[in-house]
Design a protein around this ligand. Structure first.
Ligand SMILES: *Cc1c(COP(=O)(O)O)cnc(C)c1O
Length: 392
């Protein structure tokens, strides 16, 4: 049996007519830049996320970059980021000649360790960039408390977490100063190329973002500030306007798939429960931990939308090779934390300060989790992992 890591064709087939119609509508209008589809997307997104302003931009990376530019992050400023994330989270900071300051992660959620953030605040610190990695919310209470105390901006990297509700019901991205999202095809809400979104509730920041998106000109051709071309296309917006109404259903399906994985791993004797951190006789596979309502109702808060379903295993590289041989698509997100990247050696960060990120980089593996997966496919993945563990 073949199981792809992600099968975008399955999603396309399910809404092909609507999508094709939308593409032709744009073609016939010959309106490509900042037109009615973008306006519609921004209105839909602000409504869905529950925020005052949403602006379509050219990618998730550009969403982060324009957010930092709107906050006037300058050379020499320090910006606190988790050391374990997709490269863009730290890359955008360095591109503005500001200094990324790395913080280790929480070993259960893989998100920035909020308790460790404050120790890294200095007189130069201007912002914190928590990442809601894999589709699970970071500890925003802890982060917002530090930000408030030290008067820091918070830019939420929600690229993998669109629609995730924090425990108080707010959607991530709307809690900090600016929220950033990506519509890269592999995200839970993906377009037909590159696209992104910035959101805020702040009038001044919204105006700055809007101006920065078109080179900083206001009125056109008169520049008080330097921006860039950070626009999203009409075609991408039209695709997203078709897909957005399906997002909740797709994310719910990912959660169902995750639940099935957990059940099967436990049944196969490979794992005892979710969120356990030690490898031992009962735990060959460490499972992701979704978060339940605090009232003890065993009801899942919409905390985890499983953009990625991440397990941890001791002999990860061997398992990866084994599964690929079995035609199962798996991937390592991410093999090298920022403090170990060659391009960041100038920061002189000490490897031993990031034990949880190092362990994650060495032991995590993403399994197929996309909404259209069948029960049989998930069973096959768990069977193959069980086979591998037995042989080892
Ligand atoms: C995908 C991603 C980005 C970048 O988004 P692009 O649209 O690919 O530029 C940034 N941060 C995280 C955590 C991501 O997963």
């Amino acid at each position: 049996m073949k199981v792809a890591l992600l099968d975008l064709k399955a999603q396309y087939r399910s809404i092909k007519n609507e999508l094709d119609e939308a593409l032709i509508r744009v073609a016939e209008s010959q309106y490509f830049i900042l037109g009615p589809e973008v306006t519609k997307l921004e209105k839909n997104m602000a409504e869905y996320l529950g925020c005052k302003y949403a602006l379509g931009v050219s990618s998730g990376t550009d969403a982060l970059l324009i957010a930092l530019m709107a906050l006037d992050i300058k050379p020499g400023d320090e910006v606190i980021v988790p050391t374990y994330s997709f490269f863009a989270t730290a890359g955008v900071v360095a591109r503005l000649n500001a200094t990324p300051v790395f913080v280790d992660i929480d070993p259960v959620t893989f998100n920035i360790d909020a308790a460790d953030v404050e120790k890294h605040v200095t007189a130069k610190t201007k912002a914190i960039v928590p990442v809601h990695l894999y589709g699970q919310s970071a500890d925003m209470d802890g982060i917002m408390a530090v930000a408030k105390k030290h008067n820091l901006a918070v830019v939420e990297d929600g690229a993998q977490a669109i629609g995730v509700q924090y425990k108080d019901g707010r959607r991530v991205g709307t809690i900090g100063s600016i929220g950033c999202f990506s519509f890269f095809p592999s995200k839970n809400l993906g377009c037909f190329g590159d696209g992104g979104l910035v959101v805020t509730n702040d009038d001044t920041l919204a105006e700055r973002l809007r101006i920065m998106r078109v080179h900083g000109g206001k009125p056109k051709y008169y520049h008080k500030v330097i921006g860039g071309n950070f626009r999203i296309d009409e075609i991408q917006s039209a695709v997203l306007n078709v897909k957005l109404p399906h997002l909740e259903k797709w994310s719910a399906k990912r959660r169902e798939n995750a639940k099935l994985y957990t059940e099967l791993f436990v049944k196969a004797g490979l794992a005892e429960a979710e969120g356990i951190q030690v490898f031992d006789a009962n735990n060959k596979v460490l499972l992701p931990k979704p978060v339940y309502k605090a009232d003890g109702s065993n009801e899942l808060v919409n905390y985890h939308i499983y953009n990625q379903y991440i397990i941890r295993v001791e002999n990860r590289d061997a398992l990866k090779a084994y599964l690929i041989e079995k035609e199962i698509g798996v991937e390592i997100y991410y093999p090298v934390p920022f403090h170990r990247q060659e391009c960041f050696t100038y920061l002189n960060e000490k490897d031993e300060n990031f034990p949880h990120s190092n362990l994650a980089a060495e032991s995590t593996l993403a399994l197929p989790i996309y909404p259209e997966l069948t029960t049989e496919q998930i069973q096959y993945v768990v069977e193959c992992i069980a086979e591998f563990v037995k042989k080892a």
